[in-house]
Write a new protein. Structure first.
Length: 207
């Protein structure tokens, strides 16, 4: 069992469940800010071999040593993940911690994908709210960004969460030099495109 600040990790043997071999599942219980979650470790033992006091299997069988070793690894992983959240100085919930321990990861939002979706939305507005010429500007912006990523980042796509002020500055420089666009037109291009409005908003949210 490990207790840090207002978090508590402990292992329990669930006696109300059994697998086909008659063994009971071992769970990791997380108690944090008056909330509690149970995670199945995927490990099993006979309830008679489980020590509530020591939170491990007490048996002479070789398998017991392996189970206890795995429990140590799980506890260390839980502790390390909690430390990452704690030292990030950002607020987090018990569900976010559990999600990380389970290995749940959302697919990152990608810049080119976002631009393409934006262009599709713009196309539907042609003749209603915007002109064909405006739509072509959005398409051109997408092409410029693709060229920039390939030439200066050596990638075909880029996650939005990785974008920094330096990234935007480099892209501004790319438009000014590689594409030979005037300063005012470059500034206007970057400012009025909805993509960069969203990106800059995300940057302020992280600052």
């Amino acid at each position: 069992m490990l207790e840090l600040l207002d978090i508590r990790f402990s292992f329990l043997c669930r006696t109300d469940h059994k697998n086909k071999d008659g063994k009971n599942p071992i769970i990791l219980r997380i108690s944090f800010r008056n909330s509690r979650r149970d995670l199945f470790t995927g490990l099993y033992c006979f309830s008679k071999d489980w020590s509530k006091a020591e939170c491990k299997v007490l048996s002479s069988e070789k398998e017991s040593a392996t189970i206890n070793k795995n429990l140590e690894i799980i506890l260390r992983k839980a502790n390390n993940q909690f430390d990452k959240f704690r030292f990030s100085e950002e607020d987090f919930t018990i569900d976010e911690l559990v999600s990380k321990l389970r290995g749940d990861e959302e697919n990152p939002e990608l810049l080119i994908d976002y631009l393409e979706k934006g262009n599709e939305a713009m196309l539907k507005r042609v003749g209603v709210e915007i002109t064909q010429g405006t739509y072509y500007k959005y398409r051109r912006s997408l092409r410029y960004m693709q060229e920039f990523l390939l030439k200066h980042q050596r990638v075909k796509n880029y996650t939005l969460k990785r974008i920094t002020v330096k990234f935007l500055q480099d892209y501004f420089h790319f438009l000014r030099t590689d594409k030979n666009i005037s300063h005012n037109r470059t500034a206007k291009t970057m400012c009025h495109k909805m993509t960069f409005v969203v990106i800059i908003t995300k940057l302020f949210e992280r600052s």
